[in-house]
Design a protein around this ligand. Sequence first.
Ligand code: ACM
Ligand code: ZN
Length: 646
Amino acid sequence: MRTETLIAAVISVCICGIVSAQSPDVIIPAPAEFRFTGGTCNFTGEPQVKILHNTKDIRPEGYRMTISRKGVKVEAADEAGAFYAMQSLDQMTAGGSISELACCEINDYPRFPYRGLHFDVSRHFRSIDFLKKQIDAMAHFKMNKMHIHLTDAAGWRMQIDAFPRLTGFAAWRPEKKWKDWWFGDRLYSEAGTPGAYGGFYTKDELMDLVEYAAARHIDIIPEIEMPGHSEEVMAAYPELSCSGESYSGSDFCIGKDRTVEFLEKVLDEVMEVFPYEYIHIGGDEASKKNWKECPDCQHRIAEEGLKDVDELQSWLIKRIERYVISKGRKIIGWDEILEGGVSPTATVMSWRGTEGGIRAMGYGNDIIMTPGKYCYLDHAQDAPFREPESIGGYLPLELAYSYEPVEESMPADGLHHLKGVQANLWSEYITEDSHAEYMYWPRAAAIAETGWSPQGSKDYAGFRERMVRETELLKARGYNPFDISREYGERKASAKLVEHKAIGASVTYHKPYSNAYTGEGDGTLTDGKAGGWAYGDGRWLGFISDIDLTVDLGSTMPVHYIGATFMQVIGPEVFMPERVEIYTSEDGVEFGLAGICHNDVPVTAEELLFREFGTVCNTNARYIRYKAFRNPVCRGWLFTDEIVVN
Ligand code: ACM
Ligand code: ZN
């Protein structure tokens, strides 16, 4: 045997020796550092655990785990660190079923102090048992903040003694399916009405949940929405709305003193139940419409010298923040709290992309990053035709995993304000607990790794392999995770360039596309790139109007076919055009009709659908006029990805 071959054989025996014993490279989130020390440990007993308070070489929440022939030794700077060492050991031993471990030393600690997961219990009430089960999974992946969205239009979920109508009425609705309720009359039901759907948590139940979470090193952040997303409060206490009438919109009247009194009393009871320093006060998506006409709101604007309704919202948030601070707590708000000015002590949760977070960091605010593109788990995680109905969008595990919270435009001296990351699961379309669980896992574990593992250390192929293993453990523990090993993946049409005659052709938009969905700009429809499952993937162009555009092929040429694909996803009101008209011209002045296509896809179809609206023609043309008309009843959005000319 040649020397090199012998060396290779010895190395391979060593590697096999290591591989047969479980090594730390299966852990999620991947540990900050580990090194093999040689040999294996037959681990059957309990690890020896020491908490070395005031140790300098182990960071907060971190631990050092030494696996040697003698056994497993854990040193940590705090209880959380010791707890996280146990989670790593639980993963390595697959819940105790593997006893042979590779000898090694693991030095592990989190990248960020905030690793959050969000629960929307308003759209669908979830049991305390469900929440506890998810807390166990969060702890398993070293997540440490549970954000509970306790209030929203679809139902108020927390017992508030001062305002019993919140749970006696605003916590219940006639329809179970959110879509039936939202696209129906949006009524609430008296508690106890036969068939009333909903529920709420008593304070005792919530205190028990807080204790359960604390034992697993998880803080609970309650969210009480204001001033928008509050239809249920306006229905129960109409005197808090601008008109004083029930069912009169989503926003609190900021002009009325009783609104501030209501919110302070509610927060008193919230702070009595939830001990964590931070309270989330919502702040997102207020319509602000009623404030423009309301004499009370206008009076508040004049009296406080405010410029507009944005400053009116900001006045309320700052007022509430002062109150919360007076009780020794702090606020978190969605990034809209920046509009009209924000105080530096508020933490901003950046969800509409990352711009809000970056701006807030520049003002000196702490930020938590939860941009929709990577962190909104309500989007489908696989090909929508294989998935339960969702609100739309496409967020596969790889995309969730690819999120890097530090951006070049963030000032280096502001990075300490970046507290961490959070995954959110809005639940409009997620009626059942098992479905919610399926949407959380494994994508939440991908965000957990982003929040924990060192910057620059991520590797999707490795994570995916670890996740396939962890999925088995989750299943064995009674969870219902998505099985990443069965993933179908992105829309096949988007995988390769579409060859056609209009590639690179200039397009004149007689009606502009929306600045919310600009794709890659004017050239999006002639770049040869078909869109994927999601209209927000940068390959689709969105119109909140009819479409009317002209493509200039640059010179006259034979044209045999002209068409474009549209998508329909009715949750976010994306519909097929009712009809498309296609014209051609040689001179750009005189256009002849090439064809008209009518839609045959029902606007009630619940699944994500794609349909090509095109016409065969046999003509010479340089210019193509493509007009798509919205359904006059549904209106909504039109999305198309390419004008194909052959
Ligand atoms: C949000 O998604 N409206 C925060
Ligand atoms: Zn008002």
